[in-house]
Ligand binder design. Structure first.
Ligand SMILES: [Zn+2]
Length: 223
C-alpha cells in the first residue's frame, strides 16, 4: 500500500513546469530565466548556461545572470552545461564557459547536469582538469553501449530518457549512478520508468527505490 503524498518518481530533467504529486521534477532553467515566485514543493531546479544560448557577445552577461540564479535555495544543480559541436559558440568560448560553471558548482558543492553532443573529448578534458568532487550527470545520453561504458568507467553518471534506454546502454552503465528523465520524449515519467524496468528486468518497486536512492545520494554525498 502506498501512502498519500508518497514520491514514486524522479524526473531528473525537464523544461516544463510542474509534475504529478507523486513526482519530484528537476526543472531546468537557462541563465537569465527567472525562478518563478510560485512553484510546487516537489519542484527543484537546475540552472546553467546552455551551449545553445552562448555567443561571444553574451558570455559576460550570462555568467552574471547565472551567479544570481544559482544562489537560490531551490537550485540544487548546475547545468545543463556542456558541449555541442552543432550549435552555439564553439571552441574555447564554449570550453571556458563550461569550466566557469564546473568551478562554480565545485565551490557551491553542487552536481553538474551535462549536455553533450559530439563533444566527448572536450568533456573528458574538462573532467581531468576540474577533478570534480560531486557527480557530473550526462543527461539525455543517446550513444552506444561502448561509449557509455567508457564514460561510466571515468565516473560519469547518466540520466536516460525514452530514446536512450537501450539494452546495450542499460548493460553498460552503473545502475547506482543512473537517473531517468522525460526531456527527450512526450512521455510521462511513469512511462519512462516502465521502459527502464522492461530493459533492466526490474519490477516497479525495485526501479522506483533504485532511482530514489540514486537521487538522494546524488544530492547528499560526495563521490
Ligand atoms: Zn534540457
Amino acid at each position: 500500500m502506498r501512502l498519500p503524498g508518497e514520491i514514486r518518481y524522479i524526473d531528473f530533467h525537464t523544461h516544463s513546469k510542474g509534475g504529478a504529486d507523486d513526482t519530484i521534477a528537476v526543472r531546468n532553467l537557462m541563465a537569465g530565466d527567472e525562478i518563478p515566485d510560485d512553484f510546487p514543493a516537489n519542484t527543484l531546479f537546475s540552472a546553467g548556461i546552455h551551449p545553445w544560448q552562448l555567443t561571444i557577445e553574451n558570455e559576460a552577461q550570462l555568467k552574471t545572470e547565472l551567479l544570481l540564479t544559482a544562489s537560490h535555495p531551490h537550485v540544487v544543480m548546475m547545468g545543463e552545461a556542456g558541449f555541442d559541436r552543432l550549435r552555439g559558440a564553439q571552441g574555447e568560448v564554449q570550453y571556458g564557459v563550461f569550466l566557469f560553471q564546473a568551478s562554480l558548482a565545485a565551490e557551491m558543492g553542487k552536481p553538474v547536469v551535462i549536455h553533450c553532443v559530439r563533444g566527448w573529448d572536450e568533456l573528458r578534458r574538462a573532467r581531468r582538469e576540474v577533478k570534480p568532487g560531486r557527480p557530473w550527470v550526462i543527461h539525455g545520453f543517446r550513444g552506444s553501449g561502448s561509449l557509455a561504458a567508457s564514460l561510466a568507467e571515468e565516473g560519469f553518471w547518466f540520466s536516460l530518457g525514452a530514446k536512450g534506454l537501450t539494452q546495450e546502454v542499460i548493460e553498460s552503465v552503473y545502475h547506482e549512478k543512473l537517473l531517468l528523465e522525460t526531456d527527450d520524449s512526450g512521455l510521462e515519467i511513469a512511462e519512462v520508468y516502465r521502459l527502464f524496468e522492461a530493459a533492466a528486468g526490474y519490477d516497479e518497486q525495485r526501479a522506483e527505490s533504485l532511482v530514489r536512492n540514486n537521487f538522494n545520494s546524488l544530492l547528499n554525498f560526495s563521490l
